[in-house]
Design a protein around this ligand. Sequence first.
Ligand SMILES: NC(=O)C1=CN([C@@H]2O[C@H](COP(=O)(O)OP(=O)(O)OC[C@H]3O[C@@H](n4cnc5c(N)ncnc54)[C@H](OP(=O)(O)O)[C@@H]3O)[C@@H](O)[C@H]2O)[C@@H](O)CC1
Ligand SMILES: Nc1ncnc2c1ncn2[C@@H]1O[C@H](COP(=O)(O)OP(=O)(O)O)[C@@H](O)[C@H]1O
Ligand SMILES: [K+]
Length: 511
Amino acid sequence: MSASCATPAPGASLPGSLLYDAAALRAIEAAALAHAGEATALMQRAGQAGWRTLLSHWPQARRIVVVCGPGNNGGDGYVLATQALASGCDAVVVRLEPHAPRTEPSRAMCAAFEAASGRIEAFGGALPPADILVDALFGIGLSRAPDHATAALIDAINAAGVPVLALDTPSGLSGDRGSADGAAVRATRTLQFLAPQLGLQTGDGPDHAGALSLDVLGVDAHCFEAAQAQARRIDAQDLAHWLQPRPRNAHKGSHGRVLCIGGDHGTGGAVMLAAGAALRAGAGLVEVATQGVHIAPLLARWPEAMVRRTDNVSAFAGALDAADVIALGPGLGQGSWGHALFDETLDAASAADTPLVLDADALNLLAARPRGLPAGAVLTPHPGEAARLLETDTATVQHDRPDAVRALAARWNAVVVLKGAGTLVCAPGGLPWLIAAGNPGMATGGMGDVLTGVIAALRAQGLDAEHAAACGALLHAVAGDRAARTAGERGLLPGDLIDVLRACANPEPHP
Ligand SMILES: NC(=O)C1=CN([C@@H]2O[C@H](COP(=O)(O)OP(=O)(O)OC[C@H]3O[C@@H](n4cnc5c(N)ncnc54)[C@H](OP(=O)(O)O)[C@@H]3O)[C@@H](O)[C@H]2O)[C@@H](O)CC1
Ligand SMILES: Nc1ncnc2c1ncn2[C@@H]1O[C@H](COP(=O)(O)OP(=O)(O)O)[C@@H](O)[C@H]1O
Ligand SMILES: [K+]
């Protein structure tokens, strides 16, 4: 295997930007306060930033209802409401009886709002008429699931049928984990303060946060040094970091040989999709080991592939030896054929240290019969497969996706791609990558097989396991977005992704 994609040298600058959790935001806040004074000053800036965001996205709004909670998130809301009054808008604060301000700065901001003749209404089951709602109920201080009365208020916000601007966090959602333990606001837009939160971009986060804005509240850059990042976010712009133009004198041997293994009776399409994706993502040679019955249709679709029948496991030993990367799992099944291929392939890859990409039933077989993996293996579980690999249930995985991906990487000593909205990629002990691309049109059978082929192809082209997985998950998601742009998300097929992979795999180099 020789390099045709770029693995960054150790210490080289990485693409993307950092994402944080509540503890990190508290550390940034503490550094900012130590440096530049009062909590009320930051709160003023937060509320003013909220007002500017509201004006720039909803300039016609006149009736503004701000739902304030008991902490400093509520304080931001009082500042915004005061600004709205000063601009001649009709601004009302709504709150639950027990949610009178409890912190010093939020009490001060509430008093300023009342001094400006601001009106505060107790929530009695219905919200006043509004052009826009501002959610200033809870931010990073959310400490438990909302109780019955709070859930009724959140439900009223979600049912109002007007845009919702959330301040810092959509109330009820964990900005750390990307899940909610009970009722949670579904915002049209969320204005984050100081630094972006990981939980707004994975799992249930995007559905609750809506569009994202950020205001750093004028805090000095050095204050961010105190904060520990939770993930590195990459989007379509970052593909060029890895997918650089090929050397002019490249030859097919420069781009590696991928062996795709899978396709038991009834699931031959899966390995066909993986092979097609590997070809379109730039592998030099793609070989497929599958059931004999699938060979003719596979060659009709992909004459560029080399194909071996695997009715007899020893028949493909030569292909195992020749492969630079082995993708095992698409359509493999868990019958005797799949079992035999799984054992044979893992033995051969372990003996020769061949890079592996394991997906689908290869992951289920691994979970059922745990064994060590050769160094640099990549696992691509969806949340259900991830649950089996962690001996837990899918809800537990989705409750804390960042924790799950870190635990999987540590448990299997492998690079793990935890698929789904806000896909996370993590190497053992590493900082997870957050893939900021992809769409729900991709929730269609066979999409994961395409991802397997893409990652195997990038690995074959010289990226190390972590970077092949991160870049591969990004390329796959960007292709999903590009394919969805032509005719929408519903009805998107894995083949549509393969059709646009080439266009996405050759990004314009950064100037
Ligand atoms: N970081 C910064 O630099 C800046 C931060 N700023 C703002 O401050 C926000 C953080 O403020 P915060 O710490 O006061 O927490 P916040 O989110 O208002 O909630 C805590 C209150 O809610 C309560 N409570 C919690 N869960 C509850 C539940 N389920 N049901 C009912 N009650 C519940 C909790 O009660 P307790 O748990 O103590 O009983 C407590 O009273 C941050 O998100 C940002 O908007 C900006 O002003 C400036 C810059
Ligand atoms: N809501 C979503 N948003 C973004 N990407 C998604 C979403 N749903 C699914 N995907 C992506 O589509 C692919 C589905 O893979 P998988 O669940 O393994 O499907 P299959 O097993 O049917 O091939 C994954 O790459 C996943 O990240
Ligand atoms: K909020």
